[in-house]
Design a protein around this ligand. Structure first.
Ligand code: FUB
Ligand code: ZN
Length: 649
């Protein structure tokens, strides 16, 4: 069905507007002590992120919708509906992957975020037309999984002969999770319940059939996400059964049909887990789900679990780019310090999951170290996953290439493009957070924001060229009568800490300077958990200026990382750099050796790669570009870790 027909189809579908519960997220209780300021309150005026948001709106999301159409993902729902209406088998072949439905849900989610920022009646009508098609595939009791409904006698080969029978392979609950995430986003953006009702009916079906009761089955998701999605549905609706079901999935992990298995993070019961293991996307969604349940139940034992796992991950399994999941085999975490570069898997979805996890860790603890990991992941491991124009994607994001790696417009397994669809438009939601009368400034991009604190509403305007320099201006546009605190994050890279562990360290003896002024006067106080607290009675016109000295830096890895031994990497601010073939003709960037103590200098080229800084390394005359911008000029050699004669023994 072409787009116009889909929109026409929608006219026959009743769209019920919000009524039962408010569209506003302000009063929802997510349980965390710190509350993010929703991206809808943050108007981005930034050139770096503005370009990314525009590419998402103009290229990425339209592309994903057209791929969903072209590859038969919409047709799957239509076939399921036809089969349900028929007394005999229509013999549809169930090919593709059993989670192809999720690409539709994830793209609707991304489009919904866009609608909140850029209202667009045509896009909204298109979403309604797609949701109408999804609705037709829902079985009468709420079950919605086209990989079975299209041909119940011969469902997808991973799916099992009856529903839930092979749930750890089938992705039935992964589909549910992404459906809820998409439906909640769509409801929040539009106030319409058409998608939300579908998700609630599927969630209710799952809650009825799976659980600890006598007439229920004990089943656990194979691929996590239902945990955090059900927590979100509970937060939205206040219906306790969704929280109970999410907690059940977490507590029962390892008791499903596959038993104990590290690939699925079920080798030991949740409360005994200590290490980041197994499939990295599952793992990150698992940690995020545990954090949500910790926050909503107040059970500190869950917090201890994810604290331990986070230490293991950041201490031994995190790439410099924030990427995670070293191994192609099982798309999985490797052993401690096993961080190969040429074969590093670092799936884009796992980097997105790492942002989710570290955001939740901040919301639990209020410590800037989680934002240090989040920011590193965002500017490097996530952004490399999408081309600058928004039209092609990496699935793995290696830190070295021999020319056999290129972004593509879509994949048979399209989890990464559709995840990017939903992630990029949500980025402004990571900039600020609040707690009582403390307003946390966590990321730096030009924006205008209005925030509600206990003291009243605050309006701020931020202006910066970050990540190209560390000069950040904040102006108070409106302030309440009562005092409040600005909590300004002083990033790890300013405090000479590459990551909050000894996995990497700066190796150049530099100590960057930083200064924060209020109305031209320096603020001198101790940092609290990595934040500079500025408490005062603010008034419109007050200014804050942050000046973080942002120099090109040299980084070494812990000696236990065999692959990085004898090599150094280069960074500037939060951005990791790499050497790529087009800038270094005549040099083999993978083998070239840095000699002596090189001089580093930096320049900005606005005409190159949508505007980038370059680092120039004097000996042997290397030119480095931001890692996220590689592979835009044809495939060839690339390296993040460069051999160094001092270390190369
Ligand atoms: O299994 C669903 C998704 O497909 C995973 O998150 C990705 O790693 C890919 O395997
Ligand atoms: Zn993926």
């Amino acid at each position: 069905m072409k787009k116009s027909n889909r929109i026409l189809a929608m006219t026959a579908f009743a769209v019920i507007s919000a009524g039962l519960f408010s569209c506003s997220s302000k009063r929802e209780n997510h349980g965390y002590p710190y509350t993010p300021v929703p991206f809808t309150s943050v108007k981005v005026t930034d050139s770096f992120w503005g370009q990314r948001l525009a590419a998402s709106r103009d290229v990425t999301i339209p592309l994903a919708f057209s791929k969903c159409d072209e590859t038969g993902r919409y047709r799957n729902f239509e076939e399921a509906a036809l089969q349900m209406a028929s007394d005999t088998s229509l013999g549809f072949q169930v090919r593709g992957l059993p989670f192809d439905d999720t690409d539709v849900y994830k793209t609707i989610e991304g489009a919904s975020y866009l609608l909140q920022t850029y209202p667009d009646a045509e896009l909204e009508a298109y979403l309604d037309s797609i949701i109408a098609i999804v609705a037709t595939a829902q079985e009468p009791d709420g079950y919605l999984y086209t990989a079975r409904t299209r041909n119940p006698e011969h469902p997808h080969r991973w799916s099992g002969s009856e529903r839930w029978a092979q749930i750890e392979d089938s992705h039935e609950l992964y589909d549910l999770g992404h459906m809820i995430e998409g439906a909640v986003a769509h409801y929040r953006a539009t106030g319409k319940r058409n998608f939300l009702e579908i998700a609630i009916r599927f969630a209710d079906c799952v809650c009825r059939e799976i659980g600890p009761g006598e007439d229920q089955q004990i089943r656990v998701p194979g691929h996590q996400i239902a945990e955090m999605a059900l927590a979100k549905l509970y937060t939205l609706t206040g219906d306790r059964k969704y929280l109970d079901e999410a907690k059940f999935f977490i507590d029962m992990r390892g008791r499903g049909e596959k038993g104990m298995d590290s690939y699925r993070q079920s080798d030991v019961p949740v409360m005994e887990q200590k290490e980041a293991v197994g499939h990295a996307v599952r793992a990150e969604y698992w940690y995020s789900g545990i954090a949500d349940i910790a926050a909503l139940t107040g059970n500190k034992e869950y917090v201890e679990v994810i604290d331990r796992i986070w230490e293991d991950m950041v201490g031994t399994k995190l790439y410099l780019t924030g990427g995670v999941g070293a191994l192609r085999e099982g798309e999985a975490f490797g052993a401690p310090y096993q961080l190969p570069n040429l074969t590093s898997y670092c799936e884009t979805c796992a980097a997105i999951g790492n942002v989710y996890t570290n955001h939740r860790m901040f919301l639990l603890h209020g410590d800037s170290k989680y934002y240090d990991v989040l920011e590193r992941t965002l500017y490097n491991g996530v952004l490399s996953g999408i081309s600058l124009d928004g039209g092609s994607f990496f699935y793995p994001n290696p830190l070295e290439s021999d020319g056999r790696h290129a972004r593509q417009a879509w994949f048979g397994c399209a989890c990464c493009p559709s995840n990017i669809c939903r992630f990029i438009p949500s980025v402004p939601g990571y900039v600020y957070a609040v707690k009582d009368n403390d307003l946390y400034v966590n990321l730096f991009m030009s924006n205008d924001v209005t925030v509600s604190l206990d003291a009243g509403d605050v309006a701020l305007s931020m202006k910066t060229d970050y990540p190209w320099n560390g000069e950040i201006g904040l102006e108070v546009k409106d302030a309440p009568r009562r005092p409040f605190s600005l909590m300004v994050r002083i990033p790890g890279w300013v405090r000479n800490e590459v990551v909050p562990s000894d996995l990497y360290e700066y190796a150049d003896g530099i100590t960057p300077e930083f200064r924060v002024d209020v109305n031209g006067e320096a603020v001198n106080s101790e940092l609290e958990n990595g934040y500079l607290r500025i408490s005062r009675k603010w008034k419109a016109g007050d200014t804050v200026h942050m000046s973080f000295e942002m120099l090109p830096r040299i980084v070494e890895a812990n000696d236990k990382v065999e692959e990085d031994r004898g090599r150094v990497a280069f960074e500037k601010g939060p951005v990791v750099f790499c050497a790529e073939w087009p800038d270094n003709q005549g040099l083999n960037v993978r083998e070239v050796v840095i000699e002596g103590r090189p001089e580093l200098s930096c320049s900005h080229d606005e005409s190159k790669l949508y505007g980038v800084d370059e680092i120039h390394v004097s000996e042997p005359g290397l030119v480095l570009i931001p890692y996220y911008a590689w592979n835009h000029r044809g495939s060839g050699d690339m390296a993040v870790w460069i051999r160094d004669e001092f270390l190369d023994k």
